[in-house]
Design a binder for this molecule. Structure first.
Ligand code: S3P
Length: 181
């Protein structure tokens, strides 16, 4: 980037656990030479322990506060690709912050696909329940209107390669940037 260039609008990825936010985010950042921020990893770095440990030792409320703090440290117009934890849309403050921070992309997937993906990647305290499948259904139903409220773009990832999701994302991002000029 040259001095005086503006880095461009941030891209914020939201969506349920297992929707592909980190994978899509990393790939999108690499495709355009942008900086990738994984908010969950930032929280772990700040706390000095893993998310399951934060939930265990301090509880969900403390985690939510750390999540809001981490989001609050993102500045608008920095050209970042930010992957957010699935529950970030739970608070009205976070939803307002997301909308101020840039282009919000909601990654979706069917309940079946989410269940498949999260079963392969452990470490999600909210799914340590007797019936994780039912927990996913209930959380999805509660959160869908909240994701919809903040989304500038909705992209379904079910059965698609992450690369094709990234291509669709930048089609929309570039069109939006062009129409802003
Ligand atoms: C959460 C999702 C997780 C992580 C935490 C809580 C949620 O992130 O922030 O376990 O409330 O949905 P991912 O969506 O990246 O799994």
């Amino acid at each position: 980037m040259n001095p005086g260039d503006t880095p461009g609008e941030n891209i914020l990825l939201v969506g349920f656990m297992g929707a592909g936010k980190s994978s899509v985010g990393r790939l999108a950042a690499r495709a355009r030479g942008l900086q990738f921020v994984d908010l969950d990893r930032e929280i772990e770095r700040q706390a000095g322990c893993s998310i399951p440990d934060i939930f265990d030792r301090l509880g969900e409320e403390a985690f939510r506060q750390m999540e809001t703090d981490a989001l609050g440290h993102i500045e608008p117009g920095r050209g970042l690709v930010v992957s957010c934890g699935g529950g970030i849309v739970g608070s009205p403050l976070n939803r307002a912050l997301l909308r101020e921070l840039g282009f919000v992309v909601w990654l979706t997937a069917t309940e079946e696909e989410i269940f498949d993906r999260v079963s392969r990647t452990p470490g999600r305290p909210l799914l340590q329940t007797p019936d994780p499948r039912a927990t996913i259904g209930a959380l999805l139903a509660a959160r869908e209107p909240l994701y919809r409220e903040v989304a500038d773009l909705i992209l379904d990832t079910t059965g698609r390669s992450f690369q094709s999701v990234v291509d669709a994302l930048f089609d929309a991002y570039d069109r939006r940037a062009a129409s802003a000029h």
